[in-house]
Write a protein that binds this ligand. Sequence first.
Ligand code: NAP
Length: 544
Amino acid sequence: MAKTSSVDAVIVGAGFSGLYLLYLLRWHGFSTRVFERGGDVGGTWFWNRYPGARCDVESMQYSYSFDEELQQEWTWPEKYSAQPDILRYIGHVADKHDLRKDITFETSVTSAHYLSDANRWTISTDAGETVLSQYFIMATGCISTANMPDIPGIDDFKGNTYHTGAWPHEKVDFAGQHVGVIGTGSSGIQSIPVIAEEAAHLTVFQRTPHWTVPARNVPMTEEYERIWKDNYAERRAQMRYSPSGSLRSVAPMDISALDVTDAEREEAYRERWAAGGMTLLKSYNDLLTSNDANETAAAWVRRRIAETVKDPAKADLLAPKTYPIGTKRLCLDTDYYETYNRENVDLIDIADTPIDRLTVTGLETGGRSFAFDSIVFATGFDAMTGTLLRVDIRGRAGQTLKKKWEAGPRTYLGLMCEGFPNMYTITGPGSPSVKSNMLSSIEQHVELVSDTLVHLRDNAIATMEPDRKAEDDWVDHVQDVANQTLFPKANSWYMGANIPGKPRLFMPYIGGVGTYRKICEDIVADNYRGFKLEGSKAGAAAAE
Ligand code: NAP
């Protein structure tokens, strides 16, 4: 018989956001259950264990700020941490705060239905458990549902297949193997150099070349760490109100790329290329809003590719030409272009000749057959909405989230949806989320939700949901801001363009982390402007 229990809050997901939320809600005295699909904490870092997986935000910034003792005692081995180190950190946080005891692992939430009369969510899992909860919080991350392309014959292949976003826990040994990698986004760009070193031969299938710049990852130095730790309070405060939720190693320049000389531009791009990381896009203030400005950076990077890759035909294939630099997620790499100088690495352009089918021994494309021992799908995710829509979520009057979002996600602040009372999304579509240092955005949303639940409790408010107009206005605002940039010009996963049939619109809020935080603060100070706060707790409890 199915078990049924009752709690104040159900959280889905035990990644960075779910863990911090559990910590805060527990501290505030809410009874809380967490359900997690994986076998342990970590979220994206639990699943993405592919060779070369590491974070492209510096670890001194891609880490929790809420626990001063933790941020002072923890030591990161590298500037940009590898996946095992990040997972070790998350595991340590779970241990330190004894979080696992409230988490049910290897359990997926399959449905969440709002019961109007009782003002409760009834949440069911694939383990047959049902939980009644006043608050339902999806902390499921933005890139957590792997996109496995629908290529004919995928079950015919007799070798090994892997997806970068669902990598096995045991070491995959490519030594002596012929390996194919499909996809050249961040996951492909990180894994290709590492697989190339191990495999006998690697063939990369590229549909669209991605822009990538050197990470310049280095071991952490005591001095660098000390400067951060000595200044954490001030730096974290700056990060919270910065455009991207992070601080740059080279200061952004508030001037147009078109208002300087060729020599000045050359110097600026060289300095940032040498420093590594995302700073290149901040060289000028119009690189992501003006085609002409953008093209100065794009042409400069194309020249670096041509200098690095010895085979001119490969260099030409690797140089993006069809969309502005930075409008798909800029990748940070270690020796990506250099890898194509190796004799054991081939690059196959599939822009005009998609993969026709997988065969027993490999795959076919463009009239050619390739034989492989292993094929790696670095084909990305059904990002931002995929994981939310996999759960059968029904709000008032049985309305499904799928129906509400059939033309694209509709949220107020990326936090709540009209018609779905007391349901929250952490870093949901319509919030800065993936256009920011995720840790800054996660902490902001988690603290906002936790403070809000305390406010509801203290004021005996039974239900909270956005009003329709506030939601409509926010959806329009998210699009208006995006349309002032070059981002909609790329067929990116930000636009939903990587998934056949997915609505095309820019999903994250690109107005900036600091701007967004101030908007949220104003809304809260104005008694949660745009939200309907209704009913009394006593009424809800009586109805239960
Ligand atoms: P992605 O950026 O969506 O890249 C997927 C790749 O697979 C693209 O090259 C895509 O080509 C290709 N592809 C998809 N379907 C295909 C098909 N049917 N046939 C051939 N090629 C196909 O996914 P990702 O690399 O996993 O990265 C996703 C996001 O995760 C990143 O943008 C980043 O935000 C995050 N991430 C971060 C890090 C990090 O911190 N360093 C590392 C990995 C991932 P098209 O471009 O033509 O669609």
